[in-house]
Design a protein around this ligand. Structure first.
Ligand code: FES
Ligand code: FES
Length: 158
């Protein structure tokens, strides 16, 4: 079947098998930040945005992206790098294998939730697993990042 969609704002047209997973399609197109870390839809490593909403690309047929906008971390390079500095400042970068999925969810949370508290952050990111178990450092980095962004927004409004 013929699939028309955009990835990071670039129009794509691909011939795909009906059972192609979005994860496999994106990787075949060179978006190697999108990774598979489990077979059970539990790890969040494969997270991308579909029309601005985070989805697990390992559990989604590529066909569902028809006429949609897919975003990977390659399309959010500057924002991802800015957040990455907060992760590094907490020594929470570790192996980094889980980072693309985590970053996609943190940046989605930033857009979706207004000044979330610690429990809200934990709840939003419950589907992101890190084998290096760096959760405390990651959480501090996320709180610092969101806190500073909120501060900048307030500063901009005053
Ligand atoms: S690879 Fe998709 S949730 Fe683990
Ligand atoms: S930093 Fe290694 S899996 Fe998370």
């Amino acid at each position: 079947m013929q699939l028309k969609f955009t990835v990071n704002g670039i129009a794509c047209e691909e011939e795909i098998a009906p059972d192609t997973l979005l994860l496999d399609l994106l990787r075949s197109l060179g978006f190697l930040s999108v990774k598979q870390g489990c077979d059970t839809t539990n790890c969040g490593l494969c997270t991308v945005w579909l029309d601005g909403r985070p989805v697990l690309s390992c559990a989604m047929l590529a066909a569902r992206a028809q006429d949609s906008e897919v975003t990977t971390i390659e399309g959010l390079e500057k924002e991802a790098a800015a957040f990455g500095e907060y992760i590094a400042a907490q020594g929470a970068d570790q192996c980094g294998y889980c980072s693309p999925g985590l970053v996609m969810n943190v940046l989605a949370m930033e857009r979706e939730l207004d000044n979330p508290g610690t429990e809200e952050i934990k709840h939003y990111l419950a589907g992101n697993l890190c084998r290096c178990t760096g959760y405390a450092g990651q959480l501090r980095a996320i709180e610092n990042y969101l806190g500073e962004k909120a501060g900048r927004t307030k500063g901009g409004q005053s």
